[in-house]
Design a binder for this molecule. Structure first.
Ligand code: ADP
Ligand code: MG
Length: 242
């Protein structure tokens, strides 16, 4: 579903991604972790070309992201993205947040979009909040709306960038529960996260990054079960957060 082949990216002189290669199969859940500044956010933003890269190849569902002729808006419409800060439209209701791009980008009728919105609000446990504005919801509720909004586009892949790290601790669980449900339903997911309990329980693979490189890319079982075989940097990281 996703393939990165020797992807490098620079910000000016600074090499932020250094020869990153990996692939994600359909239905796979991959957690990306690593120290702050290691390039995790940049890596997942290159997948849907929110950030351009200068070297290497990226494919999403066999579409070549690096190819200048690729229709990037069409690709982005199929890749769901959820950020640390929910980035909902504050002046729209929850339901309007869910239906706007369905109508504008997918060309659905308002009724079809609203029906899909209701189904998704049910799924994230927020059906009764459809007419509220984001500012009237808790952080955890807003993040669940953001996930529902991404799902409303029927994405083929979901990318998450630290979706729980801006939340109060008591709200982390409700967001991880929604993500766990998505994983169980077979969604292909790449999640930047430091929630190691979630990684251990839900992910199939773990990628550990440091200094713009992918240092570890292994099964979850191996990452947590054979820690002593990991690189010193990964061991050091784990010792600090576990
Ligand atoms: P992470 O998500 O792992 O914390 P990022 O991908 O956000 O790391 O950033 C990786 C490195 O790239 C950091 O050193 C950061 O300062 C730098 N960086 C990120 N965005 C920009 C930018 N727009 N311009 C210049 N440097 C950036
Ligand atoms: Mg980041």
């Amino acid at each position: 579903m996703i393939k990165l082949d020797k992807v490098s990216k620079w910000y000016g002189e600074f090499k932020v991604l250094n020869g990153c290669s990996t692939s994600v199969a359909k239905g796979e859940v991959v957690v990306v972790c690593g120290p702050s500044g290691s390039g995790k956010s940049t890596l997942i933003k290159t997948i849907n070309a929110l950030e351009p890269h200068q070297e290497g190849e990226i494919y999403v569902d066999d579409v070549a992201v690096h190819d200048k002729t690729t229709n990037l808006p069409a690709l982005r419409a199929r890749v769901g993205m959820v950020f640390q800060h929910f980035e909902l439209f504050p002046h729209l209701t929850v339901m309007e947040n869910l239906t706007l791009t369905q109508v504008k980008v997918l060309g659905r009728t308002k009724d079809d979009a609203a029906a899909r919105g209701v189904t998704l609000l049910d799924r994230v446990g927020l059906r009764l909040h459809a007419d509220k504005h984001p500012g009237q919801l808790s952080g955890g509720q807003q993040q669940r709306v953001a996930i529902a909004r991404a799902l409303a586009m029927d994405p083929i892949v979901m990318l998450f960038d630290e979706p729980t790290s801006a939340l109060d601790p008591e709200m982390v669980g409700e967001v991880l529960d929604v993500m766990r449900g998505l994983a169980q339903d077979g969604m292909t997911m790449v999640c930047v996260s430091h929630e190691m309990g979630f990684a251990r329980e839900v992910s199939d693979r773990v990628i550990f990054m440091d200094g713009g490189r992918i240092i570890e890319d292994c099964t979850t079982e191996h990452f947590f079960g054979h820690t002593h075989t990991l690189s010193p940097r990964a061991q050091d990281f784990l010792s600090k957060i576990l």
